[in-house]
Structures are given as structure tokens and as C-alpha cells.
Design a protein around this ligand. Structure first.
Ligand code: PMP
Length: 450
């Protein structure tokens, strides 16, 4: 397997040459909130798959729903003349689940990138249907991540995801990230940072012209960019500015939807109603590739009252409404509600964050510890005063030691990201913290022996 992996597999988000030198762990089984590699090494999955296996690997109702749907109708499309029952039931459930966010219609996709792309395209179409075809530009945040399709990658705030693929979609502007630990504002005060970013947004709107801007897309808590938790005033401020200028607000809830932040959605966490939401990941517990783009009543009105080409959604996938995915999602949402998964994430998130802060107090190498619910990160530094990011070998030392100690974590630059299944208990939080303790000792000695 290792040899064939090196010869035949191109890994996403990886350098093929480096991958050869440092082969990936091959995961063979999943059980509860744990995974087991081909050598039989058992680990607590501190990454929760990829922020998606929220209910763990043994969620029997989701497995049973998939099997039952597979027997009944393994596929049928949902284009104009046909549809299928699980798709309709799921759309109803999603509109119920995200009713507090004001969501009124569901467009099913096969993942997060598809959901983002759908939102971006429908945002332009909405303005066109509304008689403002010149509203085509998009705003987003630096350090934001919105998937890998051309539209989503264009609004990605990390230049690494764009560099090799330029030219990207034109008319995209990246605002600063609401990041207290590292920013251009010389302050760590989140409320001040929120106001400064809002002022920059206002200036840009005045400069570019509100009537050229389609939407602002943001993650309620920035995930892949290193778990950046904005100040509580940030989202409401940006919502208010968007409203005032007729700019749509797209909440990219691919990670934050379905409980990860300790609330059913990141928008609910911050008390705002977006115009559109992109979701995926936890929607089907990671067992089937699925996503959903959701729109509010405001957009529904524009599309449904518009006859002809302007109101026709000329956008769709072969898998827009896969019945197996929809069945998996229906069972997942039922479990998310039954187990109050968001409530559990909120409670355990507090325990996790206080443990991470204790590790920061213990290890000089930890520059920052942050998180919301069960999405958290440690940022490793070689100099705490100067906030110099720790280099790759130091971060890898932590990863390897944590792996040996039986916990899978994710590293991204100088960040160590922790996003376990949401169905964990205190004992699992303690196992994660203990493996991180071991990992930080290893990273510290890697730093000192360079
Ligand atoms: N948006 C956000 C906020 C994400 O975190 C991700 C994936 N990490 C995506 C979009 C893209 O989702 P996918 O990988 O399912 O295409």
C-alpha cells in the first residue's frame, strides 16, 4: 500500500515529493471516536475525520439509513422533471433546522466547495434578477477558506491556495481577518479590531461603489486558517454594513454548521441572519459526500417572482440531491438533535480551551491557544515575544509524538488544530490534552536541539 500510494496517488493539498519522503498513515478502521491504522495503532481522532464525523464512526442510525436507501433507490437525479423523496424530506428538515437563521430553500450539492460555488453564483444571479447586473464583486476575509473550485478558491483568503492557479475570478477583495493574535492593527482587543475592519470595509465600498458588490462571504469562526474566533461584535457589524449597502452576506458554515461551535450554526452563535449559507461536512456525518446551499426568503422572492432566464437556476450537479446522501443527512440531523450535539460541544469546548490555556502556561513554545466549542488551535512559536512561527520540523515533532501517544491532531503551518468528533466526553478531552502535553514536550526539545 505504501509503495502504491507513492507511485499512483496524488494527495490533495500536498507536495508529491514531500509525501514520498514522509508517507501518510493509512487508516483502516473507525470505531466510536477512534480510528485504527493498518499497523493496528489505535488513536482518538482529534480531527473528527476532517471536522465532519461529528457523531463518530459507529453511528448506527446513519449507517442503517444509508443501507436502507441503497436497497430502495441507490440513485436518481433531481433535475427539472424528477426528484426523490429523501431529497424533499431533507430540504424540509434543513429549512426547519436553520429556521432561526432565516433559511427558506435548500439546494443540495456534493460537498463544501460545491455549496460555496452555488452561493457565489446565485448571489450574482440574485442581483441580476433584481435588476442590478453590475453587482458582481465579492468580498471575503484574509485567512478565510472557501474550498477549491475557481470561485471558492478566488475568495480564499490564503494566497497559497491561489498562487499556482492565477488568474482567478476578478473583482475579489480580501479584508483583514478578525484575528487578535496576529494583525496589522497593533492591538489584541477584538472589539477594536472588529471596528477597524468594518471601517476598511466601508472605505472599500465607498471607493468601489456599493452597486458593484454582490456579496461578502465569511466563516463565522475561521477554520482552516487556524481557528480564528472573531469578537462577538464582528459578525453583527458586518451584517449591518451589508444591509445598508444592499450587499448579500454569505455565511460559509461548512465547518460551523450542525454544532461544532457549540451552537447549531455559527450565524446563530453570533445572533445574525445571513442571506445565504453554505454547509457540508457534518451534514451527513462524513459518511456520504453531501452539502447544501441555503437561501433566505429575500432571495426566494427574487427568484420565484422572476419569469424566464433570469429566474431559472442554470446551475446544478448530477449529485444535487443524491438519495443516499439525503438519507444519511436525515438520520444525522435526527441524531444531532436527539443527542443535543451542539450543547455537548459547548460544554466540552470550555473544558478543552481551559486545558489548552493551561498548556500555554506550561510551554513557552505555545504562542496562542484559542477556540470556540470543539474547534480549537494552538499556535507554536520559536520566540514568544516576537511571535515567530515555529518551523515545520518542530510542529511535526508534536504531531508525531501525539500520534505515538494515541491522538490524531492536524497541523497547518505553525498551527495545531483540534476538532474532535462532537460526541466526545470529558475523558476524551483529557486524552487529547495529555497527548498534546507529550507532543509539546517533544516539540520543545526539537526546538532546543536545532
Ligand atoms: N468552506 C469551508 C469553510 C471549509 O472549511 C471547506 C473545507 N474544509 C470548504 C468550504 C470546502 O469543502 P469541501 O472540502 O467539502 O469541498
Amino acid at each position: 500500500l505504501i509503495e502504491n500510494n507513492a507511485k499512483h496517488v496524488w494527495h490533495p493539498m500536498a507536495n508529491p515529493g514531500e509525501m514520498r519522503e514522509n508517507p501518510p498513515h493509512i487508516i483502516e478502521y473507525g470505531e466510536g471516536v477512534e480510528i485504527i491504522d493498518i499497523h493496528g495503532h489505535r488513536l482518538l481522532d482529534g480531527v473528527g475525520g476532517l471536522w465532519n464525523v461529528n457523531l463518530g464512526y459507529s453511528c448506527e442510525p446513519v449507517k442503517a439509513a444509508i443501507i436502507a436507501q441503497l436497497q430502495k433507490l441507490p440513485y436518481y437525479n433531481a433535475f427539472r422533471g424528477t426528484t426523490n423523496s429523501p431529497l424533499i424530506e431533507l430540504s424540509y428538515e434543513l429549512c426547519q433546522f436553520f429556521k432561526p437563521e432565516g433559511m427558506a430553500r435548500t439546494f443540495l450539492t456534493s460537498g463544501g466547495s460545491d455549496s460555496v460555488e452555488t452561493c457565489l453564483r446565485l448571489a450574482r444571479q440574485y442581483h441580476r434578477a433584481n435588476g442590478q447586473p453590475e453587482r458582481t464583486k465579492f468580498f471575503s476575509l484574509k485567512k478565510g477558506y472557501h474550498g477549491t473550485h475557481f470561485g471558492g478558491a478566488s475568495v480564499n483568503g490564503n494566497a497559497n491556495f491561489r498562487r499556482n492557479y492565477e488568474p482567478m475570478l476578478g473583482g475579489v477583495h480580501h479584508l483583514p481577518a478578525p484575528f487578535t493574535y496576529r494583525n496589522q492593527f497593533e492591538t489584541e482587543d477584538g472589539a477594536v479590531i472588529a471596528k477597524k475592519i468594518a471601517a476598511i470595509f466601508e472605505e472599500e465600498i465607498a471607493f468601489q461603489g456599493a452597486d458593484t458588490i454582490a456579496a461578502l462571504i465569511m466563516e463565522p469562526v475561521l477554520g482552516s486558517g487556524g481557528v480564528i474566533v472573531p469578537h462577538e461584535t464582528f459578525f453583527p457589524l458586518m451584517r449591518e454594513i451589508c444591509d445598508r449597502h444592499g450587499i448579500l452576506l454569505i455565511a460559509d458554515e461548512v465547518i460551523t454548521g450542525f454544532g461544532r461551535t457549540g451552537s447549531e450554526s455559527g450565524s446563530r452563535l453570533w445572533g445574525i441572519k445571513p442571506d445565504m449559507m453554505s454547509t457540508a461536512k457534518g451534514i451527513s456525518n462524513g459518511y456520504f459526500p453531501l452539502g447544501a446551499a441555503m437561501i433566505s426568503e429575500k432571495l426566494v422572492d427574487a427568484f420565484e417572482s422572476t419569469k424566464g432566464a433570469l429566474g431559472t437556476i442554470s446551475h446544478g450537479y448530477t449529485y444535487s440531491g443524491h438519495p443516499i446522501g439525503a438519507a444519511a443527512a436525515l438520520a444525522t440531523i435526527a441524531e444531532v438533535k436527539r443527542l443535543d450535539i451542539a450543547g455537548n460541544a459547548a460544554t466540552l469546548g470550555v473544558e478543552l480551551l481551559s486545558g489548552l490555556q493551561a498548556l500555554k502556561a506550561k510551554y513557552e513554545i505555545v504562542g496562542d491557544a484559542r477556540g470556540k466549542g470543539l474547534m480549537a488551535a494552538l499556535e507554536l512559536v520559536s520566540d514568544r515575544e516576537k511571535k515567530t512561527p515555529a518551523d515545520k520540523a518542530v510542529v511535526q515533532a508534536l504531531y508525531d509524538a501525539a500520534y505515538e501517544a494515541g491522538v490524531m491532531v492536524r497541523t497547518s503551518g505553525s498551527n495545531v488544530i483540534i476538532s474532535p468528533c462532537l460526541a466526545i466526553g470529558t475523558e476524551h478531552v483529557n486524552r487529547i490534552l495529555s497527548a498534546l502535553d507529550t507532543g509539546l514536550a517533544a516539540a520543545t526539545s526539537a526546538l532546543n536541539t536545532r
